[in-house]
Design a protein around this ligand. Sequence first.
Ligand code: GDP
Length: 318
Amino acid sequence: MDLERIPTVPTADEVMDRSLRRAASRMKEKRNRGRADREFVMAIAASLHDRLVKVIQSFPEFETLPPFYRDLAEILFGLERLRMALGGVGWAAKTTRRIGGQMSREMRTSGDTRGVRRRAVARLSSVVHRVDGDLRFLNEVRNTLRALPALREEYTVVVAGYPNVGKSSFIRLVSSAEPEVASYPFTTKGIVVGHRRTGRSGIQFVDTPGLLDRPPEERSPIERQAVAALMHAAQAVLFILDPSEMCGFPLESQLALLGAVKEMVQVPVLVAVNKADVKGMEGFLNMSTLRGEGVDAVLEALVRAGGASPRPRQGRTR
Ligand code: GDP
């Protein structure tokens, strides 16, 4: 299912207008008025039904989405509410078809087909407008889903650590192409995703500015859920320390954040010390993303950590 390709969901007015136009365009050549009226009603009912069914079919089966997307969908708009909205549209689709059949039968015996036709259009319009709220909600969902970051189904490493320790420098350095920035709910800065090929497979690096770069007590409940969703897609965390403290945060605070991150996630947390050109730390993997030193050893350790991960790989279905 391609979340980026869900088409715009029309409003009730748009569904109605398009179906009316469609039905009218098919009526131009009919001479027999009674028959034309009947066919008009059947055509508009069929068109409404098909349009509404198409809306439902354009949405993914949320049960089959990878947990990362399912979690986000739950946090962002609630899967139950989504089911209700899709159910509402399904009801409208069925009802328009039923009304179409009913009213066209009524026309067969009616002397006033124009009157029945008018009533039919009014009833159909009323049904469609009853789910206008659902359609608008679904369009919001569609816009949200489209904007979600595209994570590939490959080994995913989430990069954590205080701001300015060198997270984005690291991702830029190890990625084969310029990392992509996608919008991510709950952060204004977006999510940074970089890829690197290693042997036959690949590694995907994810940086989430504003989420895993500050103490957990500063995180809102919704941000905590967003982190949890992200962790559903991750097989390892790379935590970057900056003992030079050039980042502006004391090493002590950085170690406290490391402890908090470790408690929060169930995947392996690998620690790397950056800016070793300024100051290194015994007993850790040291690197300098500025000079490109020690980075390969960190990558190797990450690949090993991924192999030892107890979690199955999960990613996108896009
Ligand atoms: P982020 O906020 O964690 O993504 O950090 P950045 O990657 O933006 O880096 C923050 C600052 O640290 C930048 O000015 C980098 O040039 C600098 N920096 C990053 N890596 C190194 C390094 O290995 N050595 C030194 N001396 N500076 C670095």
